[in-house]
Structure formats: structure tokens, C-alpha cells
Design a protein around this ligand. Structure first.
Ligand code: UDP
Length: 581
């Protein structure tokens, strides 16, 4: 059972952060069966009761003790690393990241919002803490830009806010109120004037003969804002003040006809529920989210007046429920957070090389995430011979270190990593071809002789009708032809590129052209095309299950003897490593 410790701004009654926590727990549980989750919280008992997890206090001492027993440390959202609301809390969250690193626990930044970071010392601290994390996933492009600007040179994945996946609870809090019901989710902020907002809310209510509903998102702080606005209004407004779970607030937002949303998560909830909203931009994160779902241009908080609100609300209500925000793509990206966490939990290390102890379905799911990301990735099917080669060839070693995904192809890796199953390259080609045919992904194949690769392509299309193969090209070409070959692949713009040039050569070739090729998934497949085309016979299942495929291949191709000596050498190296550590 894998133990995960999550830290964030939890147990303070902030609906946005609680929504993130709740959705994060659900996603992690569905992605990682039997995961054991502990959350550091300001009110551990409430967190335990609310989400059915273990919870500990936020003290460094408690967190350190739990870290020592954890397999993964997750720094969850919302916006922990910003120094606008408090510089002390930024230092606290950075310290936790550094502490996890000291305790040698893998660390993931889980769909967080980053910034604004104004002070020099905060920038220094965030750079130091973030650069040591194993996976950095942020919720928007703006957060990525902040990290790049302060000098973080690590790979930063843009996912989406985990709260986009929260499921609403059915509520009927607004059952008796006059329609349309217009919600306001406000917070205290410099430039905000309660009297002006109360006047605007009254005028909006008069104009549309609407009821006004004030929805606090942060316990007593927002409640006091809501009460002050309601107290200054001439009309009677409804303050929603006794909601416990974020999913209930999501339900309440779903009952509205329109929302004026200042709190980021009020706008996320509205978008998820398809409720039209006017975003109020007090922080760049609100603008960023509004533009990502195609919402109205946000207004500044000093501009909350009837003059700005009435035309916007008129427009939104006029659309008569025909309002649709583009949240599906964002929700897919939000799901990727948990996939990344699972990937990180599966990392192993042998002879200084990191690889991924995944089974076929898990690896294929990650690869499909790469296709959705649309950025180039190198996937390696790792075997013992590669490990031995990496020991003598620094160039090859650095290619393996740069690979995005390394799956255990051979029985040697399975033995060394104490794993249950292999992910053989040839089976991976088959599985990815199957999925590509289902999802309409484009495949390019390069390697082996022209007739062999063409026959392999035809065979895959026979197995998976509808499979789009946008190129099948021979793997024997000169240095001078290389540019033309690479251009040919780039122009065909496949989603998946299978490269069968033989172990080592193919990985180096992919690494050299990865960014120019710009193919989301590039996978080295060795001699798979020869087998698929029927030129080389694959070992019978019972031989493969007995882990003796290497012997079968040796008997078929005795010239491989020299290459196969790598296996005993690898076994020797692994045993020596185990003795040392
Ligand atoms: N190959 C190629 N171009 C080259 C060298 C090799 O296309 O310049 C092909 C070769 O035809 C064969 C594959 O690469 O299809 C290598 O097969 P092998 O079984 O040796 O690969 P392994 O799976 O052991 O890496």
C-alpha cells in the first residue's frame, strides 16, 4: 500500500482549497487503488471526518514524522506559493518542500497556482524549493511563466485545477427564492467598497426583478463581507452561511441563474455547472481561468457598479441557458494530475537509472496523456543490455536519463526491480496500435527493410481496422538522407512514432531529433517490425512466461551471443549494487 502525504491550506474553511482537496482525494483513490492518504490540516478532526482520510496537524514536527513513513509528498493547491496575502506562508510551504527532499521522499506539485511573487527573497526561496521537486504540475500557463521567470529550469507540466473534477451534491437551498437568482461571491480586497457593491446589487435586483444571493467562500472572513453588503442593501438579500462541504457550495452555485464571481473557485464552480458568470479580477488567476473557458472579459473589483454589471448580466441572462463554457479539455488535464502522481509512485532506480515500474495498461494511459499534451516525449522499453551499455556509453546514459517514460521490457529488469510483469516492446506496439485505431491517432513507422516495415504496417491494419498509418519507412538511410527522413515524419505529423533501428541507435536517434520531429510519443521498438511482419518468429507464450525468451532468440539467431552476455553482466552489477547499499 502506497502512503501519500498531502499538504496545503486545508482545515481553514476555505471552500476553494477544500474543493481541491476533496477532488484530489477522489482522483488519487480512483487512480491508485488502496492508496493511504494523510492530510496536514489546521483542523485534523474535521478533515478526517469530512473526507475519510488520516489527518495530522500542520506543525513541522508532525509533518516530518509522517514524511519518514511516506512514499510521496504532494504539495496541493490552490495558490500556496504567492507573497501577496502572506510572505510567511510562502516560506512555510517552501520549507516543507525542502524537508521532503531532505527526507528523500519524492515530491509533486499537484496542479498548483503559482504567484504573484513580488519579493526578492520569496523568488529565491521558491526557486530553491521547486527545483528539487520530482514533478511540477501547475494549473495554468500564468503559473508556469512565473516559475520560468524566477529561473526554474525544470520541466513544468500545465495541467488544470483539481477542483474542476468535484462532483456536486444535490441541494435545494434556493427552492423558494424569486427568479432570476443572482449570486455574488466576494472577498475583502483593497479597492473593494461594500457600500458601492450593495448599491450595485440593489440596482441589479431592481432591473431584473431578481433576488440577490451572497455566497461566502472562506468561513467567517467572507461571511462578514457578505453580511456587510447585505446590511447596506435596501432589498433583502440571502446570505448562504451554513454550508459545510465544498460539493454543497458547488450545488448551490448550480442553482443560480447568474454569478458575479470574485473568488476563483466560485467562477470554476459556475463554469463546471454551466451557470453564466461575470468574473471579477482581483488576481491574475481569475483572468487566466476566465479566458481559458471563454468567459466574459473580467471587470476590476473597483468597477463593481450597476453600470458595469447590468449590461453584462443582461447579456448572460439573455442567452437563456444556452451558455456553455469549454471545461471538458480542462477537466481532462485536471485528471492528468493524478496520473502523474501515480507515475511518480512507480519510479524505481537501478544502477543509477530511473525507470517506471508500470504494467501495460498504466503505461498506455500515461502515453495517451502525452498525446493529449501534444508535446514531444521519448518512451524507452528498457532491457538489461541497455543498462550495461549505459555503463560504458555516457551519451546513451544521458539519453536514458532524459527519457520521459522507461518501461521494463526484459526479464532482467523485472528481476532487478522485483516487479510482477514485463511490458515487452512488441506488446506495447500492439497495444498502442489498438488504442490508436479506437481514438483515431496517427501512427508513423520507421525501421527495418522497406518490404518488412510495409508488411508490418499492413499486418497492424489487418489486426486493427481503421488504424491510420501515415508513413512506413525503411530504417536504412545515410547521414545525408537523414534531414529528408526527419522532414518526412514531421510533415506527416503523427501522434505516435515507432522507431525500429535497433537498441541504442534508435533511442539516440529519437533524442537527437525529438523537438524537431515534434511527435507526442516516440518509442524505440527494436526488431518488432520483423516479428509483426512474420520474418522472425516470436517465442511461444510458455517460453515467454518462463522468462526464457532470450534463450529462444539466441537459438534462432546465434550471432546474438555477444550481445546476450550483457545479461549475466547486468545480474552481477545489480547484485554488487545491492551489497553496497
Ligand atoms: N535496423 C534498421 N536500421 C539500421 C539498423 C537496424 O532499420 O540501421 C533495424 C533492423 O532491420 C531490425 C531492427 O533494426 O529490424 C533491430 O533488430 P534487433 O532485433 O537487433 O533489435 P533489438 O530489439 O535487439 O534492439
Amino acid at each position: 500500500m502506497k502512503k501519500v502525504l498531502i499538504s496545503g491550506y486545508y482545515g481553514f474553511g476555505n471552500t476553494g482549497d477544500e474543493a481541491i482537496l476533496s477532488a484530489m482525494i477522489t482522483s488519487l483513490r480512483s487512480e491508485i487503488p488502496n492508496v493511504d492518504i494523510t492530510v496536514s490540516s489546521f483542523h485534523p478532526h474535521e478533515t478526517e471526518a469530512g473526507y475519510g482520510v488520516k489527518a495530522i496537524p500542520r506543525s513541522i514536527k508532525d509533518i516530518r514524522r509522517t514524511l519518514r513513513k511516506s512514499d510521496l509528498f504532494i504539495s496541493g493547491g490552490g495558490g500556496l506559493l504567492q507573497d501577496v496575502t502572506s510572505g510567511r506562508s510562502l516560506a512555510y510551504y517552501c520549507l516543507l518542500l525542502i524537508l521532503a527532499r531532505v527526507e528523500r521522499v519524492p515530491v509533486m506539485i499537484y496542479g498548483q497556482g503559482i504567484g504573484p511573487i513580488k519579493r526578492f527573497f520569496s523568488k529565491f526561496l521558491v526557486k530553491l524549493a521547486i527545483s528539487g521537486c520530482n514533478v511540477i504540475a501547475v494549473r495554468d500557463e500564468g503559473s508556469k511563466r512565473v516559475l520560468e521567470k524566477i529561473g526554474v529550469r525544470r520541466e513544468i507540466v500545465v495541467t488544470a485545477d483539481p477542483a474542476l473534477l468535484l462532483k456536486p451534491v444535490r441541494v435545494s437551498r434556493l427552492a423558494g427564492v424569486k427568479r432570476p437568482a443572482i449570486g455574488f461571491a466576494l472577498r475583502a480586497w483593497p479597492g473593494i467598497d461594500f457600500t458601492r457593491i450593495a448599491k450595485a446589487a440593489d440596482e441589479v435586483a431592481d432591473r431584473f426583478d431578481a433576488s440577490v444571493v451572497l455566497i461566502p467562500f472562506h468561513g467567517s472572513r467572507d461571511r462578514s463581507v457578505a453580511e456587510q453588503v447585505a446590511g447596506r442593501m435596501v432589498r433583502k438579500a440571502l446570505v448562504i452561511d451554513d454550508v459545510e462541504l465544498p460539493s454543497e457550495t458547488l450545488g448551490v452555485i448550480g442553482e443560480l441563474d447568474a454569478l458575479v464571481g470574485m473568488r476563483l473557485h466560485s467562477t470554476i464552480f459556475a463554469a463546471v455547472q454551466g451557470v453564466p458568470f461575470v468574473p471579477v479580477a482581483y488576481d491574475p488567476k481569475v483572468e487566466e481561468f476566465a479566458s481559458s473557458v471563454g468567459a466574459l472579459q473580467p471587470i476590476a473589483c473597483k468597477d463593481i457598479t450597476s453600470d458595469t454589471l447590468i449590461p453584462r448580466i443582461e447579456k448572460l441572462l439573455g442567452l437563456n441557458g444556452g451558455f456553455a463554457y469549454s471545461v471538458e479539455g480542462l477537466r481532462m488535464r485536471a485528471r492528468h494530475n493524478a496520473v502523474l502522481a501515480k507515475h511518480l509512485l512507480k519510479e524505481r532506480r537501478i544502477l543509477g537509472i530511473r525507470f517506471d515500474a508500470l504494467e501495460m495498461d498504466e503505461a498506455a494511459a500515461i502515453i495517451e496523456g502525452y498525446i493529449a499534451e501534444k508535446k514531444p516525449h521519448l518512451v524507452v522499453t528498457l532491457n538489461a543490455e541497455m543498462m550495461v551499455t549505459a555503463g560504458n556509453d555516457e551519451g546513451f546514459r544521458s539519453v536514458l536519463k532524459k527519457a520521459d517514460l522507461l518501461v521494463p521490457d526484459s526479464i532482467g529488469i523485472v528481476w532487478a526491480g522485483r516487479l510482477r510483469a514485463r511490458v515487452p516492446g512488441i506488446d506495447m506496439v500492439d497495444e498502442l496500435a489498438k488504442r490508436a485505431a479506437l481514438r483515431g491517432h496517427r501512427v508513423f513507422m520507421i525501421g527495418a527493410k522497406q518490404d518488412v516495415v510495409e508488411e508490418a504496417a499492413a499486418e497492424l491494419q489487418r489486426r486493427y481496422p481503421g488504424l491510420k498509418i501515415v508513413g512506413a519507412r525503411c530504417g536504412y538511410f545515410s547521414k545525408r538522407e537523414e534531414k529528408q527522413v526527419v522532414d518526412e515524419i514531421r510533415q506527416a505529423s503523427p501522434d505516435i512514432l515507432f522507431v525500429g533501428l535497433g537498441m541504442g541507435k534508435q533511442e539516440k536517434w529519437i533524442a537527437k531529433h525529438l523537438y524537431y520531429l515534434n511527435v507526442p510519443v516516440c518509442l524505440g521498438v527494436g526488431g518488432s517490425f520483423d516479428v509483426i511482419a512474420g520474418k522472425v518468429k516470436q517465442a511461444p507464450v510458455w517460453i515467454r512466461q518462463a522468462g526464457l525468451e532470450w534463450l529462444y532468440r539466441l537459438l534462432q539467431q546465434p550471432t546474438r551471443l555477444k550481445r546476450m552476455l550483457a545479461l549475466p553482466k547486468f545480474v552481477f552489477m545489480v547484485i554488487r549494487e545491492r551489497r553496497l547499499y
